[in-house]
Design a protein around this ligand. Sequence first.
Ligand SMILES: C[S@@+](CC[C@H](N)C(=O)[O-])C[C@H]1O[C@@H](n2cnc3c(N)ncnc32)[C@H](O)[C@@H]1O
Length: 184
Amino acid sequence: MSGPAVDPFAKIRAATKVHRDRHGCSAYPYSNGPLLAALAGAANARRILELGTALGYTALSFASGAPDATVDTIERDPDHVQIARDNIAAAAMDNRITVHEGDFASILPTLDPGYDVAFFDGGTPVTSLHKTLRGLLRTGGTLITANLNHGGTADAVRKALFDGKSWRSALVDADGETAISVKL
Ligand SMILES: C[S@@+](CC[C@H](N)C(=O)[O-])C[C@H]1O[C@@H](n2cnc3c(N)ncnc32)[C@H](O)[C@@H]1O
């Protein structure tokens, strides 16, 4: 048996937790950057969209897993935007990752459709944003939805992802936190 996957961005993940404690914000880093990197690589992704940059941990994970991809990531907290841009530049990924500063609802309409991979990690999933993400994703593209076990508005999103008509979906962890869905 081999050990857990090495995470090249583990320090940024750890720094995100430290930042959250000091800042009192919602910058909860995703649990598994290497999983996102592998999914982006398996999809041979060229264009990736992320909702919820925090300090750049998952955007960097995606970019490292798909070396031909560009990543558009959206974040409204100006402190997070600045730190993420610094982290991305330090990793020499600023030519491939764009941090869009603003609310999801205002930035998403400015983006061109045709994404290969989209990742929702911006708090509790809501149906309206998922409909917009579906429109931006190409048919056959992969949607990764975190925080599906939050209850509230997440329940309707999970129901839509598993309707058997619009998406082919699977939960990737025992607690139902994340789904991977292919757009049908
Ligand atoms: C869970 S954190 C993202 C974690 C990041 N993906 C990672 O793994 O390090 C959620 C982020 O989404 C941002 N956010 C939440 N709602 C937002 C909205 N409506 N528009 C833009 N950013 C939002 C928060 O400021 C926070 O930084």
